[in-house]
Design a protein. Structure first.
Length: 340
């Protein structure tokens, strides 16, 4: 028996239960994707725990330091990377892993191989760890395209081939936002039971927002279409109120706010970084996939992010994503300058 003010949901939708229900929608499903997602969930829970006790556990230190017992103290992003790699390897569902922290793709041992490739940023925004800004994990899952041993080509697939993608956000609470190709759902970690519970079903981004998110410190290096577009948001000529500027500097946090409230997130190319800064495989493609599944758009300014054919695992790209109408206005700015 529970009091009305302290009621416990006895039929809550956990993320594991949600994945099993999705699995039943596909009669030929083997359960491997569910098994893989459970491995990711375990890694996210462990990272969430590490993030919350980072200061106490001295996880802000430089990698390679030793503590008083002579044990190696790993920096939080290195720890997160090791957690992800070990959980994915031992899931028996993956064959190739691409991490932001590793120069080369990681081939899973033959006796542990499965059919999936996972591209991930284990701790996005890690430069903000020390000041307690929200950070996150980003991932995209692909299926191996050919028989035989996995090759680098299997990892270099366009975003249209994504099987599932999502991100975890470690903020005031720990949340996972996930799409397996049928819309976007978010799940909050309930620490009392150690489960992610469904909190937002079938998330949709607003058609147009009131917020833009960009690092204006680099404005002098932007191309003219970007300068003109951002200026139009700040100084609208039609008498409409200007957009508000919000920029955290952690992609997961900035994109999550854009998904919840609408508007546009931008990390454009600059004159000194003409190919952009954010990485295609494990930052831009997963976020673009989520945003499109939620009814938004994601573009380089000239082509959809999900249409890009990757050529290298750490390839960079400019990105603009968010509300459909806002991104369409940005694309129109690029097209107008092409004609000029």
């Amino acid at each position: 028996m529970t009091s009305a003010g302290n009621a416990i949901d006895t039929d809550c939708m956990s993320l594991t239960r949600f994945l099993l229900a999705e699995q039943r929608r596909h009669p030929t499903a083997t359960g491997d994707l569910t098994q893989l997602m459970n491995a990711i969930l375990t890694a996210v829970k462990a990272i969430s725990s590490a993030v919350r006790r980072a200061g106490i556990a001295q996880l802000y230190g430089i990698a390679g330091n030793t503590n008083i017992q002579g044990e190696e103290v790993k920096k939080l992003d290195v720890l997160a990377n090791d957690l992800f790699i070990n959980m994915l390897r031992s899931s028996f569902t993956t064959c190739l892993l691409v991490s932001e922290e590793n120069e080369n793709a990681i081939e899973v041992e033959t006796d542990k191989q499965g059919k999936y490739i996972v591209c991930f940023d284990p701790l996005d925004g890690s430069s903000n760890i020390d000041c307690l800004v929200s950070i996150g994990t980003i991932f995209a899952i692909y299926k191996k395209t050919a028989e035989g041993p996995a090759t680098l080509k299997d990892a270099l697939q366009p975003g249209r081939n994504v099987v599932a993608a999502g991100y975890a956000l470690y903020g005031s609470a720990t949340m996972i936002v996930l799409s397996v190709g049928h819309g976007v759902n978010s799940f909050m970690l309930d620490p009392s039971i150690g489960e992610f519970l469904l909190t937002d079903r079938n998330m949709k981004v607003k058609p147009r927002g009131k917020i833009y998110s960009i690092n204006e410190g680099y404005s002098k290096f932007w191309s003219e279409p970007v300068k003109q577009y951002i200026d139009g948001l700040k100084n609208p000529k039609s008498g409409k109120p200007p957009y508000g500027g919000r920029y955290i500097g952690s992609m997961v946090a900035d994109v999550h706010r854009t998904l919840k409230y609408g508007g546009i997130f931008a990390y454009p190319a600059t004159s000194d970084a003409p190919k952009g800064k954010l990485r295609l495989l494990y930052e831009c493609i997963p976020m673009a996939y989520i945003m499109e599944q939620a009814g938004g758009l994601a573009t380089t300014g000239t082509m959809p992010i999900l249409d890009i054919q990757p050529e290298a695992i750490h390839q960079r790209t400019p990105i603009f994503l968010g509300s459909k109408e806002d991104v369409e206005d940005l694309i129109a700015s690029f097209k107008a300058h092409e004609k000029a």
